[in-house]
Design a protein around this ligand. Structure first.
Ligand code: PMT
Length: 419
């Protein structure tokens, strides 16, 4: 059951016709994995290669991975392909060029269409997304800079290259961005921006309270739920700030503000610094309720073989309760991690902390909640209305929570007391 939900990861790329254009850069070998990931997400991928691309990688690789013929000749007519004579750009939903060299960028920016790929870019009306990768000096040349600006002005989608070691032996900006970032941007291009204008503050992950310099009190939160909320809100057009406790997962976008904190006190201070500019606050973080009363600057030594150790703990601030007192028109959403009396405990938190919505999850159930890619939750509104959300990926759950938040925002702004 757990596996099936995980395999069916939600993606806007599912059932989409994606054209992947490959031009002649060393990063072309990475495009093979991108094509594999796209097909895994349920997209039907058609690969178009330039002549120079074929100096780096072979069409056979891409034909095998995509399951479709690879086009590399200007006057190829898709013989034997199920799309027959229909022009590829007519059936496409998105065209992504990975890697995009200075050459293809220059050609498109200046209206040159002299091979299949550049002709198709000119002919298509679907979103075209360039993922440049080249030598640092080429990337920072005035000509490339001007051409990139032309592409932006013409409405093409673009991604900045990453920095690091380059294949030519130098270091700097020019590397192909991580595949997760490319895929995230492709999802983004397909997503409606229905949360544009909202400013969301999301907390994620555990907090960590030091016992001494080497030991701490923490919990099993991985940050996945909070990161999924932040990611989906950003995809849907919201301005997002993410405040995260220590996690080992990567956020797949670099266009949101991320503040890293360790302790509950630090999280409280950063939340209170940021909440005023937010219209919605979602507290997904598993905040430690207690911290050590005494700070031990040195590692605590064991005393004798069978000795036990007493730790004196004191309460941490209840961040969401504090927000509930000062929130005014803001929407505050809490999560309730429960192991028993799920609904009663969640309702009590909703009321006592003056929240607009609470998302109850049974963290005693295997395969959901802490650490998992999936969750199964019940969203409870102030009116008592409950929405049961079955086992789904955290991305899908996030979208459903965001839909509920959107409804509340609408009702609140029209002064309807439905929620
Ligand atoms: O990170 P993952 O591995 O993906 O796991 C997700 C999750 C299980 C952590 C998440 O779905 C979840 O349930 N988060 C809330 C965990 C929690 O602390 O629940 P709680 O019932 O103890 O707290 C209720 C609410 O008060 C939460 O919104 C919490 O952020 C907030 N809180 C709690 C204590 C505190 N001192 N300050 C707070 O603001």
């Amino acid at each position: 059951m757990m596996m099936r939900a995980a395999e069916k990861q939600f993606s806007m790329l599912k059932d989409k016709e994606i054209i992947v254009g490959i031009t002649g850069g060393i990063a072309a070998y990475k495009t093979a994995e991108l094509v594999r990931q796209l097909t895994k997400k349920g997209a039907n991928v058609h690969v178009v290669m330039t002549k120079n691309a074929m100096e780096f990688v072979t069409p056979l690789t891409f034909q095998t991975i995509s399951g479709n013929p690879v086009i590399h000749e200007m006057f190829e007519l898709f013989a034997g392909s199920k799309i027959g004579h229909i022009a590829l750009s007519d059936i496409a939903d998105q065209l992504v060029i990975v890697p995009a060299t200075a050459n293809i960028i220059g050609k498109v920016a200046n209206g040159i269409a002299d091979d299949f790929l550049s002709t198709m870019v000119m002919a298509t009306t679907v979103p075209v997304f360039f993922v440049p990768s080249m030598n640092t000096k080429m990337w920072s040349s005035k000509i490339v800079e001007a051409n990139i600006q032309k592409l932006k002005d013409a409405g093409y989608e673009l991604m900045e290259p990453a920095s690091g070691d380059l294949a030519c032996g130098t270091e700097g900006k020019g590397r192909l961005p991580a595949l997760e970032e490319i895929l995230e941007k492709m999802e983004d291009i397909f997503t409606g921006k229905d949360l544009a204008g909202e400013r969301m503050l999301v907390t994620a992950g555990p907090t960590m309270e030091y016992i001494d310099p080497v030991r701490c009190i923490t919990n099993r939160s991985s940050g996945k739920m909070g990161y999924a909320i932040a990611k989906m809100a950003k995809r849907r057009g919201a301005d997002v700030a993410l405040i995260t406790g220590p996690t080992s997962i990567q956020f797949p976008r670099n266009d949101i503000d991320i503040v890293h904190v360790t302790t509950a006190l630090e999280m409280r201070n950063v939340v209170m610094e940021h909440y005023r500019s937010a219209s919605v606050i979602v507290m997904t973080a598993a905040v430690a309720d207690f911290r050590c009363r005494e700070e031990n600057c040195q590692k605590i030594k064991k005393k004798g073989d069978n000795s036990c150790m007493m730790l004196e703990l004191e309460r941490n601030p209840d961040i969401i309760a504090e927000l509930g007192k000062v929130k005014e028109e803001r929407i505050v959403v809490g999560f309730a991690a429960e192991t028993e009396n799920l609904f009663d405990n969640a309702r009590e938190k909703l009321k006592n902390k003056n929240l607009d919505l609470i998302v109850a999850n049974n963290v005693a159930k295997p395969g959901i909640g802490f650490g998992s890619d999936n969750n199964e939750v019940t969203i409870i509104a102030r009116s008592g209305k409950m929405k049961q959300v079955p086992l789904l990926s955290k991305d899908e759950i996030s979208n459903i929570i965001l839909d509920s938040i959107k409804k509340i925002l609408k009702k609140k702004r029209t002064k309807d007391d439905w929620y």
